[in-house]
Design a protein around this ligand. Structure first.
Ligand code: COA
Length: 388
């Protein structure tokens, strides 16, 4: 009989060459390149190609990919019309899931998936990937205007994914430091081994569903509060604390009342999440550049980190990626309910890399279960049934 492990904890459900985590040492790498190296030297576009094809692209490959991506920032008129009918109260993740699944009707293409049990056609994979990654950020930024009753801002093909995202949100020329920070945030969130949303992408990919179904399913999985989304709670928490000098008392009180400190702790990392370390450095860079014009939440966050290191460090609880990303997004003028949608924009790269890995050597997922229901029973006609 199979052993039942709730949540498949510790069960190897696939083999993958895409990313690696060492939670005790605080290491994360994509295709063998440390996250620190990629954050320092790469771009989201280059990292996406690395995740997808396994090697850093040449200048020509990167230029081709970038041109293809930028050429598809524009969202078809019919999709925009469809979005106009979404309720303005609709959550950005619900909007994104619906819009991405609709792409399958506007940009059909499943020839590779119906011809055999696996798909090796790199052109097909590339076209689908470009189409989805190019559309994600514009959809998220368009919704910000449309839900408030305005026309969306048209994308600009002279801008990178990160720059265009900020431009389409604000309508203003993107600030270079903020665009760099957004680009790093996209790199840091692009991939993280076999988490729940990536697993859902593998399962739907294994049925040879279209990549639009695969990615919309993964967006739905990410939308749950146990997966994406702690960063907006961090911002609320820091606002509630109010200022750095009130942090110690607030944290001690929260811990005494058994509350979680948002943005602290991670199932995989028992030291500081390496992505939090990178974001912390970006926060310091921003403070250096902007000085006192920054919101006080930055100072409060640094103080909360110091206090938590003292109170929770012995339990292996340190800042995770969500601790600093929320305050950075808030400083860019992005509303808190869009933070998880930004996560999805970045993670689409990792999901698509796993989708490609799955369909290139496919076997449909069909785990087993341990039946705990009743034995065989006689059928009783409705009029003879009673509950007592
Ligand atoms: N605040 C306060 N205490 C925390 C904590 C936090 N954020 N995270 C963990 N702890 C404490 C636990 O209460 C537990 O204490 P105990 O041993 O005295 O009972 C100990 O640290 C071990 O935690 P545990 O719950 O076993 O860790 P986990 O790996 O199961 O949980 C999280 C990981 C992410 C669910 C958890 O750290 C958490 O809820 N963090 C806040 C939410 C968050 O930021 N999520 C985003 C993750 S990227």
């Amino acid at each position: 009989m199979s052993e039942f492990l709730p949540g498949l904890e510790g069960v190897a459900a696939t083999q993958s060459a895409i990313s690696y985590i060492d939670g005790d040492k605080g290491l994360l790498s994509y295709r063998g390149y440390s996250i620190e190296t990629l954050a320092k030297h790469s771009t989201f576009e280059e990292t996406t190609l690395l995740l997808l094809q396994g090697e850093l692209p040449t200048t020509t490959e990167l230029a081709e990919f970038t041109t293809q991506l930028r050429g598809q920032y524009r969202i078809k008129y019919h999709i925009r019309e469809m979005m106009r009918h979404f309720p303005s109260t609709g959550h950005p993740m619900d909007m994104l899931q619906t819009a991405v699944s609709s792409l399958g009707m506007f940009y059909p293409g499943n020839e590779c998936l119906t011809s055999s049990d696996s798909c090796q056609d790199l052109n097909y994979v590339r076209n689908m990937t470009v189409n989805i990654i190019a559309s994600m950020a514009p959809l998220v930024a368009m919704w910000e205007h449309m839900r408030r009753g305005y026309d969306p801002i048209n994308p600009r093909e002279d801008l990178s994914v990160a720059e265009n995202l900020l431009y389409m949100f604000s309508g203003k020329e993107p600030d270079p430091l903020m665009a760099k920070i957004m680009d790093v945030c996209l790199i840091l969130h692009a991939e993280h081994t076999l988490n729940a949303s990536t697993f859902s992408a593998l399962v739907s990919g294994s049925t040879l569903a279209t990549p639009y179904s695969v990615i919309s399913g993964a967006i739905g999985t990410l939308s749950g509060p146990l997966h994406g989304g702690a960063n907006s709670r961090v911002v609320d928490m820091l606002k509630e604390i109010g200022s750095a000098d009130k942090a110690e008392k607030w944290i001690d009180n929260a811990l005494a009342n058994k509350q979680v400190i948002w943005g602290m702790g991670h199932r995989e990392y028992k030291v500081k999440d390496p992505r939090a370390t990178i974001l912390h450095q970006l926060v310091a860079e921003l403070i250096e550049d902007r000085g006192s014009s920054l919101d006080t939440t930055f100072e409060t966050a640094m103080r909360v980190e110091e206090i938590c290191a003292d109170r929770l460090g012995h339990k292996g609880v340190y800042p995770n990626v969500d601790f600093y990303s929320g305050i950075l997004y808030a400083e860019m003028g992005i509303p808190a309910d869009q933070f998880t949608a930004l996560f999805a924009v970045a993670r689409s790269a990792g999901w698509l890399a796993h989708w490609r890995e799955q369909i290139s050597d496919n076997r449909i997922y069909r785990p087993t279960q341990i039946y705990i229901g009743s034995g065989e029973r006689d059928y009783i006609p409705a009029e003879e049934r009673s509950r007592n």
